[in-house]
Write a protein that binds this ligand. Structure first.
Ligand code: BG6
Length: 483
């Protein structure tokens, strides 16, 4: 199968924070992949902007090295790098001062799509937005891209939204949650809304519960200072897991357009009930033979920040009343796996005398690794000897089903940046969504802070603290294995 790549309009993309980690790891390798895929028109231009005093040649060397280090094997082998680098420029700029802005204004070509990627600390968003206007660089067609963390509470998110709104309309603001750019996340919408099969069963009458797991094997890396102030709740649940929850739980939008989709997601967040304290388990990894502890990693011997969280929540609406949603995420766990599991109820009457409570029909949507969808079904065990039942997976691992085409699937960042150029906001968070997510998150965090909660220890390479298992066991359920 040959994938169809439709080139985007010519653009000027300015990356503020162009020498930073995100630009080097994700944005630039992603752009290069889109370039070799033929999605970038010849007139496209990427302008790196940061405080450091590089010139074009020096910055191109940085980009070349970033691609060599962080791009995937097949991309590194491509010989298009020199042609790509010709499109890359650099401008030293002072986000809070005057230096570089007039030069940037002179570089931006009128009449094209202009996108400004704020890959900088949120404290600089306001200054950048203001200068883009002061120097008449941004216009009605300009787009700005902002990264997480989008605030650390409802109040700070509101302030950020207000700051951006002083200079840009909502339709110009692209708040990135890279989980929305993952292939399977979009497939989740296709599976739900392009097939008749699942939707009739997609409710509390037939679904016993839903589990969302984002397990990581990595620790906090070099981000200890940020992470220790955030924790798993702010870093992962408020944004990534919440977005997954929205897509799995939302009503079918009337159309697949940005506001119809985001309106439905917003309704889910607003229907979330407050989470009770005994439905939350926070964990922190301890050191041992497998490696240092969380506290060593962040250099804070008294830290009470969670590197793991599991919680049970409920959505108060007709579709989901009575169906619990269990979310968990953590660092330094046994395996890297992101999965949504829709666990259906048992058949109402066991005519084969099969035991009940086994939940045989589980629709598992795997985001990573091995993206794919599996449906657990019960069949007769082949051969003579009576009616013995076995559970088997109906497996659609995309790599098997789609062959080479899987290699062409864009990674989250490259897809999202191209969506910005195309002007499609469907996979970006709207300001009210982010605020609603914080409005749900804030009381949870305030609750454990007021109680002086200390996270439960768990071993590096485990599935998280024992109490997280208990959260499920108490309800007569269990987590899917992390492996
Ligand atoms: C980021 C978090 O947003 O997502 C990180 O800040 C986390 O802590 C990362 O490791 C996970 O992303 P992915 O795409 O590797 O699952």
């Amino acid at each position: 199968m040959v994938s169809r790549v439709i080139p985007v309009e010519p653009f000027d993309l300015v990356i503020f924070g162009a020498t930073g980690d995100l630009a080097r790891r994700k944005i630039l390798p992603g752009l290069f992949r889109r370039f070799i895929a033929g999605q970038m028109p010849p007139e496209a231009r990427i302008i790196g902007a940061a405080r450091a005093r590089h010139d074009d040649a020096e910055y191109r060397r940085i980009v070349r090295e970033a691609i060599a280090e962080f791009a995937s094997e097949d991309v590194r082998r491509s010989d298009g790098i020199s042609a790509f680098l010709e499109r890359v420029h650099y401008l030293p700029i002072d986000a809070t001062g005057e230096a570089g802005w007039k030069e940037l204004a002179a570089m931006i070509r009128p009449g094209l799509v202009h996108a400004f990627y704020f890959s900088v600390a949120p404290g600089l968003f306001g200054a950048l937005a203001e200068r883009l206007h002061q120097f008449a660089i941004a216009d009605e067609r300009s787009r700005i891209v902002v990264e997480k963390p989008f605030g650390r509470s409802l109040e700070t998110a509101r302030e950020l939204n207000a700051t951006l709104a002083r200079h840009f309309r909502e339709s110009q603001i692209y708040r990135i949650d890279h989980y929305l750019g993952k292939e399977t996340v979009q497939n989740l919408m296709a599976v739900r809304f392009a097939n008749i099969l699942f939707e009739p069963l997609w409710n509390a009458q037939f679904v016993d519960h839903i589990q969302i797991t984002v397990a990581e094997t990595v620790g906090v890396g070099g981000r200890g200072e940020y992470y220790d102030k955030a924790g798993a709740m702010r870093d992962m649940v408020q944004n990534h897991l919440m977005q997954l929850l929205c897509l799995i739980a939302m009503e079918p939008p009337s159309r697949f357009n940005p506001d119809s989709v985001r309106d439905e997601k917003l309704k889910v967040i607003r229907a979330l009930e407050p989470v009770q304290a005994h439905h939350i388990v926070r964990g922190q990894y301890v050191g041992g033979a497998q490696g240092p502890s969380y506290r060593d990693d962040v250099g804070n011997p008294k830290s009470r920040t969670e590197s793991f969280i599991a919680l049970k929540c409920q959505i108060s609406n007709w579709r989901w009343a009575g169906t619990p949603f269990y979310l968990r995420t953590g660092k330094k766990l046994r395996a890297r796996i992101s999965e949504i599991a829709v666990v259906f109820k048992d058949a109402p009457h066991a005519i084969f005398g099969q035991d009940t409570g086994r939940h045989r029909n589980i629709l598992s949507i795997r985001l990573q690794p091995n993206e794919g969808i599996t449906l657990g079904v019960t069949i007769k065990e082949p051969g003579p000897g009576g009616m013995r039942l076995i559970d088997v997976p109906l497996d659609m691992t995309f790599a098997d089903a789609l062959g080479d085409e899987v290699e062409d699937i864009p990674e989250a960042y490259e897809r999202l940046v191209m969506d910005v150029i195309r002007g499609d906001q469907t996979l970006f968070m709207r300001g009210d969504e982010v605020e609603a997510a914080w409005a749900w998150t804030d009381p949870i965090i305030e609750g454990w802070e007021a109680m002086g909660d200390v996270p439960k220890p768990y071993d590096v390479g485990s599935a998280g603290p024992e109490d997280a298992m208990m959260l499920m066991h108490r309800d007569g359920r269990r987590w899917r294995e992390i492996r």
